[in-house]
Design a protein. Structure first.
Lengths: 343, 613
């Protein structure tokens, strides 16, 4: 009875990057980290084997949320903070679509934190890319919920007072089934994370360190600088000991006090390093607390587990109920109450 | 056998009142169903306490259920009850002011303890101090009678006392010559399998009440209310929220679309969520969101994806959804917003009825943001209004607001079952043609093409930024903004072309025209009929469409000397009519959390008729 345009899907294998570009002028500031993220998404989508018409990009409000206009897919630039909620509606109605959420730190960790947390909790099949530039760009430079304490901006001339959100820890707190981090300028790594997220069943969150060169330039310089990165980042690999440094000479170990520490691999022994396990919530949380300069900042997949997917379960409930009471109509339902005849 | 004389009556209103734990809603519902099955016309008014479990015996915890049954067609639950059953002093205190002079009061003396009297604020026992002289008072120890009737049932004291509402029901059944069968069957179905001892006890209490009336000889009369002459057909009982839910399901079936409800629990709209959540076998998907905003946004997502998208709430929720409704206006997506109004502002009176959201739904959004608004007149009418709202939303591609209220949502009436095969289908096709596709092109109803994700070649972007005509691209062009603002207004205005001619109840012209909307229908119609019966020149127009207003309304208003608008608000429709038609309008306002009484309206109308002379 339910009708959708059931046209045959287009050939996904024939897609290329240019199929995902629109004719709209991209209007981010020159040098903005958003350009790279857009490029990596446009490069990755054709490799996923998904017909173009099944992609949907939903955003909220903010610089990053202009993203859907530049993607030649279905999409909507919605209202501030609400993208996960709107995307949930799309995905719940039609679980076979491939819905992505594009959001920023103000959009998803201030006005829309509620919706982000609940999407992650429910595990709706959404892929969320959170552009974290630690500033409000579109409204011209106020501090954001991920800005460091003491940040001087137009709205905090004496320095900001509030402790920032750690997006990875927030996602883990909501028991997200997939949580990853990448960097705007690291094209290869970012593409790999997009692919991993796309393959994940359930809500996948990627935090991307994104440079706003106008209002918060260099916020991630410690890690975006190619030469610094081996020293300042810890690339997470499932099942591998946690090593970093130009020659992977350093590692992360946990002492008897359960606190992480940086150790010299040769001295400490590789077998005594912490081994990454994407299924272990304790490790995921521990990693979320590591940050430059005391520790290398982890990038990669913090957590990836299988958990029932909300939109699929909802569809299954409907299918199951239909099977149990086949062929029912609204007329049947109306007449299923106590009825009587007046002659 | 009883020596009581049998007297025939046309219409009787009974109110059952007690603690919220006393089962008064159930008792009233049973009496209603039995009377409907007997062929009476019935109308009900459940009055819930604001607190879920207020302290026993307190004024805040009083729950009431009034029903009106008649051998004539009736429109309301009745102004003043003929019978009040008061299970405790608090119930007496809250309700006695409404009882008709010479009305029957049945009071459970068992609950009239010093403590309960004090809680209810009585200094002396009203059953004994002569203060109730104007009524026919029947003090009965209903609790003890119940315990006696079911002794040996094996129920503990607490459970046994809970059967007392059935004893009271049995007694009132006897007074009005109602058969017990329906309630017996209901008890059997509800309790037999789960708790046979409870089933037996309730049956014993019910029968004991009935037999008490028959044998005790304290009642000198019993009454009959003959069948009403209802339109022949098959009937069921229905309340407004059920009818709304069924109407939305019907609209989904008539359009072939999948129903999606995004909602957040709120009184008095939650029952709609509960109802639709139970209809998964009909394909309804319900989503209990994290808040009101998420609920409407999820619905907008579902609309974009090709569903029949609905969000349901009450006034406070509408306020929270305002920005998102604007997004649906801008993106021109079909969306149904159900506002089951309650007393406001702020948290207001959650369990009480009011009509004070009209201006909010008409104007309460940023920017020029018009939406069509339709309102239901009776519980059963909610069904047809839901279908009408879906038709408008899909035909013109825009959000539509349905106004119901707490009175309609919870009030029940016998409902002639509609034949789905006789209701015209809702035609809205998905756009599939890629050649020449423009997301903001227009059809004859100014709707735009509905191209849903998954359709090859129609990939396009929507959003809250102003849209360029035809292409739908983002546009800051000044002339385009003016054009699109006017276009969005024209879309709403276009709805009027599909509104049938307005029905004028009464003369086509004359002294006074009463214009009303929503759940006041019953009281207004009764008052107007009453005065028409006295030869007065008065007519009634009840508006289903509040935006746009029917095209013929201006002419109709002009044919009457005076126009009167009764509303459960401070004069909101009156203000709209004055602004729109530049005519004087007499506003009759009531904001007490209660529906109009017929007598109040007769008084106001009579005064208005005097002025017309
Ligand atoms: S303001 Fe910052 S985030 Fe926004 S577009 Fe410019 S550089 Fe990018």
């Amino acid at each position: 009875m339910t009708r959708y345009p059931n046209l045959p899907p287009t050939d996904a294998s024939a897609l290329s990057t240019k199929d995902f570009k629109t004719d709209q002028d991209v209007r981010w500031c020159p040098g903005c980290g958003d350009y790279s993220i857009l490029a990596q998404v446009q490069r990755t989508l054709p490799t996923l084997g998904i017909p173009k018409e099944d992609f949907v990009f939903i955003s909220g409000i903010g610089c990053s949320s202009r993203f859907p206009y530049y993607m030649n897919t279905y999409g909507m630039h919605t209202i501030h903070g609400r993208a996960p909620a709107l995307a949930s509606g799309i995905q719940c109605l039609r679980p076979n679509l491939n819905t992505w959420v594009i959001t920023g730190d103000g959009d998803s960790l201030s006005i829309g934190t509620n919706h982000l947390m609940h999407a992650l909790r429910r595990n709706v099949n959404l892929k969320i890319i959170l552009f974290n530039n630690r500033i409000y760009g579109l409204t011209k430079g106020q501090y954001s919920p991920t800005s460091e304490v003491g940040k001087k901006t137009k709205s905090t001339p004496y320095g900001s007072l509030d402790h920032p959100f750690n997006p990875i820890a927030v996602a883990l707190g909501a028991e997200a089934s997939f949580v990853a981090r990448s960097i705007d300028v690291d094209a290869r790594h970012l593409q790999a994370m997009i692919k991993r997220a796309a393959a994940h069943e359930g809500t996948a969150l990627i935090e991307v360190f994104q440079n706003c060169n106008i209002f918060n330039d260099g916020a991630f310089a410690f890690i975006s600088d190619r030469r610094e990165r081996p020293k300042t980042s810890l690339v997470l690999e499932h099942g591998k000991p946690m090593r970093f440094g130009p020659k992977k000479e350093q590692g992360i170990a946990v002492g008897r006090d359960m606190r992480p520490k940086v150790v010299d691999v040769a001295e400490h022994g590789e077998e005594n390093l912490l081994v990454h396990d994407e299924g272990n919530p304790t490790i995921a949380y521990l990693l979320s607390q590591l940050a430059h300069p005391d520790f290398p900042t982890p990038v990669g997949v913090f957590r990836s587990i299988d958990r029932p997917v909300y939109d699929r379960m909802l569809q299954a409930q409907v299918d199951d109920a239909r099977q149990r009471k086949p062929g029912r109509s609204v007329q049947d339902l109306i007449e299923s109450a106590h009825v009587w005849d007046v002659r | 056998m009883s020596t009581a004389q049998t007297v025939e009556l046309e219409t009787v209103a009974i109110r059952f009142a007690g603690d919220s734990g006393d089962g008064m809603q159930l008792t009233g519902t049973q009496f209603t169903q039995t009377s409907a099955l007997l062929g009476n016309d019935v109308a009900t008014f459940p009055d819930f306490p604001a607190e879920i479990r207020a302290p026993a015996g307190s004024l805040a915890g009083v729950s009431g259920f009034q029903l009106n049954f008649s051998s004539q067609q009736i429109y309301t639950h009745g102004d003043a009850p003929d019978v009040l059953v008061a299970m405790n002093p608090a119930a007496l205190r809250v309700n006695i002011g409404d009882l008709k002079p010479d009305g029957i009061l049945i009071a459970n003396t068992h609950a009239f303890t010093d403590k309960n009297l004090e809680r209810a604020g009585f200094e002396s026992n009203p059953l004994e101090d002569g203060s109730l002289q104007m009524f026919r008072v029947f003090p009965l120890d209903i609790t003890s009678m119940t315990l006696e009737a079911i002794s040996g049932s094996g129920l503990n004291q607490r459970a046994a006392v809970r059967c007392k509402n059935f004893l009271a029901l049995g007694l009132v059944y006897w007074m009005y010559n109602r058969p017990l069968e329906h309630t017996i069957a209901w008890i059997e179905k509800k309790f037999r399998a789960k708790a046979p001892d409870v089933a037996d006890a309730n049956l014993a209490a019910l029968k004991a009440g009935y037999h008490y009336g028959e044998t005790a000889e304290i009642f000198t009369h019993s009454y009959v209310v003959p069948k009403a002459r209802l339109e022949p057909g098959r009937y069921r009982g229905i309340n407004g929220n059920e009818a709304l839910g069924l109407g939305l399901l019907a609209a989904a079936e008539l359009s072939g679309l999948e129903l999606f409800l995004g909602s957040y629990p709120i009184t008095p709209a939650s029952d709609l969520l509960h109802f639709l959540a139970a209809q998964k076998h009909l394909g309804a998907k319900t989503f209990q969101a994290e808040d009101e905003i998420a609920a409407v946004c999820a619905a907008i997502g579902a609309a974009y994806a090709g569903g029949l998208a609905v969000t349901s709430t009450s006034g406070p929720g509408v306020a929270l959804k305002a920005e998102a409704i604007g997004l649906a206006v801008m993106t021109e997506l079909p969306l149904i917003v159900c506002d089951i109004q309650r007393g406001g502002p702020s948290t207001g009176l959650p369990t009480k009825t009011e009509q004070a959201d009209l201006l909010q739904v008409l104007y309460g959004r940023n920017g020029e943001c018009p939406v069509p608004v339709v309102a239901a007149a009776t519980p059963g009418d909610c069904f047809f209004v839901a279908i009408e709202a879906a038709r408008i939303a899909l035909r013109h591609m825009l959000p539509v607001v349905i106004l119901s209220d707490g009175y309609l949502a919870n009030g029940a009436e016998p409902w002639k079952i509609p034949d789905m095969s006789q209701i015209p289908r809702i035609e809205k096709d998905f756009h599939t043609e890629a050649e020449g596709f423009q997301p903001y092109a227009r059809d004859e109803d100014l709707g735009r093409p509905w191209a849903v994700p998954g359709t090859p070649g129609l990939e396009h972007r929507l959003g809250g930024l102003e849209k360029e005509h035809l292409t739908g691209n983002v546009s800051y062009d000044p002339a385009n903004h003016q054009f699109m603002t006017e276009l969005r207004a024209a879309k709403v205005a276009r709805v009027a072309q599909h509104i049938p001619p307005t029905e004028v109840f009464g003369p086509e012209s004359g002294d006074v025209l009463v214009v009303a909307w929503g759940g006041t229908f019953g009281a207004v119609r009764s008052a107007v009929e009453h005065l028409q019966g006295k030869g007065r020149s008065v007519a009634h127009v009840h508006l289903r469409h509040l935006n746009p207003l029917p095209a013929d309304l201006g002419d109709i208003l002009g044919r009457f000397e005076r126009v009167m608008v009764p509303e459960l608000n401070m004069g909101q429709l009156a203000m709209v009519l004055r602004a729109r038609y530049l005519i004087p309008v007499e506003s009759v306002c009531k904001v007490q959390g209660k529906p109009f009484k017929e007598a109040e309206l007769i008084r106001a109308l009579s005064a208005e008729l005097e002025h017309a002379r």
